[in-house]
Design a protein around this ligand. Structure first.
Ligand SMILES: *Cc1c(COP(=O)(O)O)cnc(C)c1O
Length: 390
């Protein structure tokens, strides 16, 4: 039996006609950039997440980049984020000439640990006397933003993070690229901070037919600024008030995403139900000594962009599952503080032990909505046989 990590084909088969007519509509209109499809998708995502403003951009990476830029992050500034995330989180910070500063994740949930954030801002930063800005003692960089990541489809502890950020009046940008539809205390992921960033990369829970992204915000000013930034800062044709980027969501992408959005809630529900089955069956198979299923943290609903276990002998398990026809993936094998490109930041492996351990012990199992009962059973049976429990 084959169990791919993700089966986009299976999903496509169920909505093929709708996708084709959505794309055909755009082709017939011959309007490809910033037309009705993008405007409508922006409204629909804004409503889905219950925020007033949404701005379509070219990718999740650009959603981060434009949000950071709009909040004034630039050369020599610092942004606090986590080292256990997809590269783009820190890449966007670096590409603006700013310094990513890492704080470790919570041992249970893989998201920013508010205590570590608090420790960093309180102990390793000071208020600069001339302009009262919070600066990192070691680098002298002004801390301009905090960028928590809702990794794998579960929100970070936003109450604590927002509370700490608020004490220092530092904006919070949510990297919600993996969390469209996740909820924290009744609020949608991406609707809680100053801005929320989404990705429509094909493998995300709501994936387009290529790259795409969106910025959510409750601030009209911020929405206006990112709208300018995505079109080279052009207010009227060929009159540029600021220097921006070319970062639009395409009409064709928006049309595909609009066709898929009505299904997102049911797809998330199917992922959640798959996760429940895995967790129940892993425990029933007596694997608790070898495998720790993902924790669902209080006040949150998890949309299981990934179902990530912690396990003994991770790499050997992955190889064994491959032999059994099961694809799995390591998200992420190298914590960002250990990446070559960030060597100049001066971090050491042991600086973030929770992130480092996660990079060595975690494994993502197939969790896509169309997974069958037999496939799920095959995954659990194979894990059980690897650990001699079959
Ligand atoms: C996918 C992802 C991004 C980047 O999104 P792209 O659309 O691929 O640019 C950023 N952060 C996280 C956590 C992601 O998972």
């Amino acid at each position: 039996m084959k169990v791919p990590l993700l089966d986009l084909q299976a999903q496509y088969e169920t909505i093929k006609d709708e996708i084709h007519s959505a794309v055909a509509e755009v082709l017939e209109s011959q309007r490809f950039i910033l037309g009705n499809q993008v405007a409508s998708l922006e409204k629909e995502i804004a409503r889905f997440c219950n925020v007033p403003f949404a701005v379509g951009v070219a990718s999740g990476t650009d959603a981060l980049l434009l949000s950071l830029k709009a909040l004034g992050v630039g050369s020599g500034d610092a942004v606090v984020t986590v080292p256990f995330t997809f590269f783009a989180t820190a890449g966007a910070i670096s590409n603006l000439g700013a310094r990513p500063i890492f704080v470790d994740i919570e041992p249970q949930g893989y998201e920013m640990d508010p205590e570590k954030l608090d420790y960093f801002l309180t102990r390793e930063c000071s208020i600069r006397s001339n302009d009262k800005k919070l600066t990192q003692n070691a680098s002298g960089s002004v801390v301009k933003a905090i960028l928590p990541v809702h990794l794998f489809g579960q929100c970070a502890n936003m109450d604590d993070i927002s509370g700490i950020a608020g004490r220092y009046d530092i904006p919070v940008i949510e990297d919600a690229c993996q969390a469209l539809g996740a909820v924290y205390k009744g609020k949608a992921a991406g609707s809680i901070g100053n801005s929320g960033c989404f990705s429509f990369f094909p493998s995300k829970n709501l994936g387009g037919a290529g790259d795409g992204g969106m910025i959510l915000t409750s601030s009209e000013d911020l929405a206006n600024t990112v709208r300018l930034l995505r079109v080279h800062g052009e207010r009227d044709r060929y009159y540029h008030s600021i220097v921006g980027f070319n970062s639009r969501l395409d009409e064709i992408q928006a049309a595909v995403l609009r066709a898929k959005l009505p299904y997102l809630a049911q797809w998330s529900e199917a992922r959640r139900s798959n996760a429940e089955d895995y967790t129940r069956n892993l425990i029933a198979a007596g694997l608790s000594d070898f495998v720790t299923p993902p924790a669902i943290l209080p006040d949150r609903s998890h949309i299981f962009h990934q179902y990530v276990i912690r396990c003994e002998k991770r790499d050997a398990l992955q190889d064994y599952l491959k032999e059994k026809g099961i694809d799995t993936k390591v998200y992420y094998p190298v914590s960002l503080h250990e990446q070559d490109c960030f060597r100049s930041l001066g971090y050491h492996t042991n600086d973030f032990p929770i992130s480092h351990a996660a990079s060595k012990e975690t494994l993502a199992l197939p969790i896509y909505p169309e997974l069958t009962t037999e496939q799920k059973q095959h995954v659990v049976d194979s894990i059980a046989s690897f650990y001699g429990r079959a």
